[in-house]
Design a protein around this ligand. Structure first.
Ligand code: GCO
Length: 445
């Protein structure tokens, strides 16, 4: 049961990402990213959609700000498109002033509405020329990212103090480079591991630059899942600990302790250069954590040493059997983190949490999305329980403010508190929007 008083002191936010909401892919000098290539590849996106027009926030951001203001959130987590700002990054590092102007206006509109902007600098839209020269397999990409971050923070740093650097590096490495499910669509299996180090290095190199430009927060957002073994058998337990190492410790350990878990069993060495681990593990103000679901795994003889299976007995979201709804695992994950890392763990900000459910493409009025309300309420209750158990948690963020382009799933998975008609851009708040608004107000009372 969720008691709003147990959430007093939490900072509330809602999140989106540039490629998922902006549309306007070829407008005002925006260059191409790996996601432009991905959506233009026949068959890559399930419904063949191309991320535009959709919410079209490039033109309709004022409506987004009004919706945020109506919610009463403290913050808005959006992302900045690298190729709007540096259209041909990798070939030519010059900035596109028109692209920067867009974010300038968005930031001003948020501040006028009393909402703290907390942009993410890398939400998966790598410039194509950088991918052509190796993408995140290449160390140089980390340096190019830092230059981009410097350009953006030179322009916005007088007003933006809260930054997220890289978003969900595990998704990029696993689904983007190891399994080919997301852009850039490469299937390198364990040879994708260097992309982990280069993304973390991108964070490590960039955080000091942001702080020099006035940042009081410069943290990555790391997606985690509690890993559940399919059975008590030794093979399943080993499979679970392997996936835990890859999904969780591979990111949390270097950021918090400055070391990688033992990777020798995968036959790959991280391309660590002297000084890297100090940069990566430099203390952060917060730990940005995205949480959606646990993962149940059993042993496998396939190309990977584990196999993900449905979590027995759990209800699922619109994503199907591999997205079980188990809020208790969020509480357990948070308390495990606290136990494992102790004083090395700064306060946690839940930087994404949310769920998709089947919903119509166009609506006449408010959708009664009670399943989403239940999902969010139960996960917030889990956050409160972890807090009562002593875990320091500073903020909570719903994914997402708006229905948006769900990557390879196109428009088929709706996560918004606000329904978006992808043909017209019309925004219609759902029941969950009203629920979140009331909850935030009650938590402040
Ligand atoms: C991320 C997430 C989001 C997704 C959300 C639902 O990278 O932060 O993948 O972009 O839309 O997690 O799948």
């Amino acid at each position: 049961q969720l008691d709003a008083r147990s959430l007093a002191g939490l900072r509330f936010s809602a999140a989106t990402a540039a490629f998922q909401i902006e549309g306007a892919r070829s407008l005002d000098g925006r260059g191409r990213s790996i996601w432009d290539d991905f959506v233009d590849t026949p068959g890559a996106v399930v419904d063949g959609s191309s991320a535009e027009p959709g919410p079209d926030s490039y033109h309709r951001f004022a409506e987004d700000v009004a919706l945020l203001s109506g919610l009463g959130v403290d913050r808005y987590r959006f992302s900045i498109s690298w190729t709007r700002v540096i259209p041909d990054a990798g070939n030519d590092e010059s900035a596109n002033e028109v692209g920067l102007d867009y974010y300038d206006r968005l930031v001003d509109a948020l501040l006028d509405a009393g909402i703290t902007p907390e942009p993410t600098l890398y939400h998966w839209d790598l410039p194509v020329a950088l991918e052509a020269s190796g993408g995140w397999l290449t160390r140089d990409t980390a340096h190019r990212f830092t230059e981009f971050a410097a350009t953006v923070s030179d322009r916005l740093g007088d007003r933006v103090r809260h930054w997220f650097t890289i978003n969900e590096p595990a998704s990029t490495s696993l689904q983007g480079y190891a399994l080919g499910e997301l852009a850039p669509g490469r299937s390198l299996l364990f040879d994708a591991l260097p992309t982990v180090h280069h993304q973390l290095l991108a964070h490590g190199l960039t955080a000091p630059v942001l702080r020099d430009n006035g940042a009081v927060q410069a943290a990555p957002t790391i997606n985690h899942s509690l890993i559940l073994p399919a059975s008590e058998s030794e093979d399943d337990q080993i499979a679970a600990s392997t996936l835990d190492a890859i999904m969780n410790r591979l990111f949390a350990d270097p950021l918090l302790t400055g070391t990688y878990p033992d990777l020798s069993r995968f036959g790959v060495e991280m391309p660590v250069v002297d000084g890297d681990m100090e940069l990566i593990s430099a203390p952060n103000e917060i730990y940005g954590l995205n949480y959606y679901n646990p993962i149940t795994v059993g042993a496998s003889t396939g190309p990977l040493p584990f196999e993900m299976i449905p979590t027995p007995g759990a209800a699922t979201t619109g994503f199907g059997p591999l997205w079980p709804i188990r809020p208790d695992t969020l509480r357990d994950f948070l308390t495990d983190m606290d136990r494992r890392y102790g004083s090395l763990l700064p306060p946690i900000v839940i930087a994404e949490n949310g769920a998709s459910f089947p919903e119509p493409d166009s609506v006449a009025g408010e959708i009664e999305d009670t399943a989403r309300i239940d999902y969010l309420a139960s996960h917030l209750a889990a956050v409160a329980e972890a807090g009562e158990a002593g875990v320091r948690i500073d903020g909570y963020t719903v994914w997402s403010l708006l229905d948006n382009f769900e990557w390879a799933e196109g428009w088929t998975q709706r996560f918004g508190l606000v329904h978006v008609d992808m043909a017209s851009g019309t925004r219609t708040p759902k029941a969950s929007y009203r629920w979140y608004r009331d909850l935030i107000a009650a938590a402040r009372r």
